[in-house]
Design a protein around this ligand. Structure first.
Ligand code: HXC
Length: 515
């Protein structure tokens, strides 16, 4: 064969491999509002940056007439590319080919690109659209998942791992994402479950739709399995690009620096946004925007456990991770879910050299039988563990309430915050004035001629003595009492001088966090 004949043979083979599951399957995919695997990669990466590998891989199934079947690329597209110049390894499962199910060679392609990502120390993005383990390939499919889970775990905290759920994902197709750092879902398209509606009907006799069982909103609002929710695939890819701008390529690097931009103070005026009445709730996201560069805040887990707010912003051009109690929701208490959410985010930031800025305003951990029985002790302890373990710069600002365990947990100096600032409005005490007065002045209140008058008097007495930042300041537990409008400058300075912070931690294989 001449070179030109060989070239046309290559082109023919490529055309064949690139046709995926064929016209009919592609039409079905499009009818559900989904892009194809390659279209997704192209939409996500910089123009012309995608380089595909292993296009000619074929499946290794031999049973159930599989040897007669041609599954182009074995149902997964893999390669490398860039996002705003930021290098990434990527795979996208092709649902048009055997439902994107994971057979032996399909898994080999994924583990090969994962190994590249680890070797090259660049992020891995997985677009999941798969019915899970390929049933016809039996234990080889399970082995494939095992290999992927192992690599997910090895890569955890070394390179960013981002999962996108863009189809009905079952079984192993959701466990791998659960081991990664960030999971993105899209309305009406993403479905995640270990066992689908059919199995549930057979085993339990319960009927439920895929959407109700594990749709995008369920995963973003109820389970917390998903960190980001979008209305459509293109919006989802824009969110991923935005996330990539805040995080470093790997754990040996810092996130990219951007030009410093002042906050948009006309819209986000810290003094106007913070209520004068100490009982009035406010949106802590406004406070974050009033001190961050260009008033931009990229929230993680926006729809789940809204009593705590976590996400990325920039201060003086550099990425920081914000953790803030949200007084608008449940007065910003820590509970089972908000503790999980905060602890995970803190550990992410610590693993990837992102300094933490904590804004504190909470009455404490949420009391109640439900919470106690749901394990608030174990979950709440995760926050203590995560903050204590974190060695990145940690700056804390107490804006209002910092009561009891909440005071300690929200990155107090005792958990080794590097700098703790308090506004004059801060109330640092074992508990709120009402509760405290009822306990320590019980006898005086009971024995008084007018118990209600006495109660009010004692609440005031307690408030005057403890509901302020000065007792903590007198012991050196906070470093400075500052005006709200000084916050941005104080935090930026604290971050600047902590940039080369080093901490020597005790030698150990690893700790045992309260998982
Ligand atoms: C082989 C599969 C498949 C699978 C789908 N297909 N899932 N083939 N193995 N796991 C094939 C279908 O046979 C069909 O092929 C094509 O993909 C499209 O599937 P449909 O069912 O037509 O699509 P849809 O109606 O959209 O339903 C999607 C689905 C459903 C919800 C994902 O296919 C489904 O329930 N699949 C099985 C899910 C499952 O139980 N997986 C195993 C999980 S166990 P044709 O040729 O007709 O187009 C697992 C073990 C690992 O993953 C656990 C690790 C902890």
């Amino acid at each position: 064969m001449s070179l030109s004949q060989k070239s046309s043979d290559l082109k023919r083979r490529m055309r064949e491999a690139l046709r995926g599951g064929g016209e009919k399957a592609i039409e079905k995919q499009k009818a559900t509002g989904k892009l194809t695997a390659r279209e997704r990669i192209i939409a996500l990466l910089d123009p012309k940056s995608f380089h595909e590998y292993d296009l000619f891989v074929e499946h290794a199934g031999r049973d159930f007439d599989m040897s007669d079947k041609y599954l182009p690329g074995d149902g997964v597209v893999t390669g490398t590319g860039t996002i705003n110049g930021y290098p990434v390894c990527v795979f996208a499962q092709d649902f048009t080919v055997a439902g994107g199910s994971l057979g032996y060679m399909h898994a080999k392609k994924i583990t090969k690109i994962m190994d590249h990502a680890m070797k090259l120390k660049v992020p891995l993005i997985g677009i999941n659209d798969s019915g899970g383990a390929r049933i016809q390939e039996g234990v080889n499919s399970l082995a494939g998942y095992g290999e992927i889970f192992y690599r997910n775990t090895q890569a955890s905290g070394v390179i960013p791992q981002i999962s996108v759920i863009l189809g009905p994902c079952a079984g192993g197709a959701v466990y791998s994402p659960a081991l990664t750092d960030f999971v993105f879902v899209v309305d009406k398209i993403s479905k995640m479950f270990i066992t689908g509606p059919e199995v549930i009907k057979t085993v339990l006799g319960e009927e439920i739709s895929m959407e109700e069982l594990g749709g995008a909103r369920v995963q973003a609002e109820i389970t917390g399995n998903a960190h980001f929710y979008s209305e459509n695939e293109i919006e989802c890819f824009e969110q991923i690009k935005r996330l990539c701008s805040y995080i470093p390529w790997n754990n040996t690097k810092k996130a990219e620096s951007f030009p410093k931009k002042p906050p948009r103070t006309r819209q986000y005026n810290i003094e106007k946004l913070f209520p004068t009445n100490s009982r009035q709730p406010y949106d802590v996201k406004d406070i974050i925007c009033s001190i961050s560069d260009d008033s931009e805040f990229f929230e993680v887990h926006e729809l789940w456990a809204e009593n705590i707010v976590v996400g990325f912003a920039r201060m003086s051009g550099n990425t920081v991770g914000f953790v803030a109690n949200q007084p608008l929701v449940l007065a910003g208490v820590l509970d089972v879910d908000s503790s999980d959410k905060a602890a995970r985010f803190i550990r992410y930031c610590d693993a990837f050299n992102i300094p933490l800025v904590t804004l504190v305003d909470l009455p404490g951990y949420l009391p109640g039988v439900d919470q106690e029985h749901a394990g608030v002790i174990r979950h709440g302890a995760k926050v203590l563990y995560a903050y204590s373990e974190a060695t990145v710069p940690k700056i804390t600002v107490i804006t209002r309430k910092a009561y009891g365990g909440g005071y300690i947990a929200m990155c107090s100096s005792h958990l080794r915050a590097d700098f703790v600032f308090a506004w004059p409005t801060a109330e640092i005490a074992v508990m709120g004035p009402e509760g405290a007065a009822n306990i320590i002045f019980r006898n005086e209140i009971k024995g008084a001629e007018n118990p209600e008058e006495m109660r009010k008097l004692k609440v005031k007495e307690y408030k005057d003595k403890f509901a302020n930042p000065y007792v903590a300041a007198a012991y050196g537990y906070i470093d400075a009492v500052i005006e709200p409008q000084e916050t941005r400058d104080m935090v930026i300075h604290a971050l600047h001088i902590s940039a080369d912070k080093t901490i020597v931690t005790p030698s150990k294989k690893h700790g045992i966090p309260p998982f």
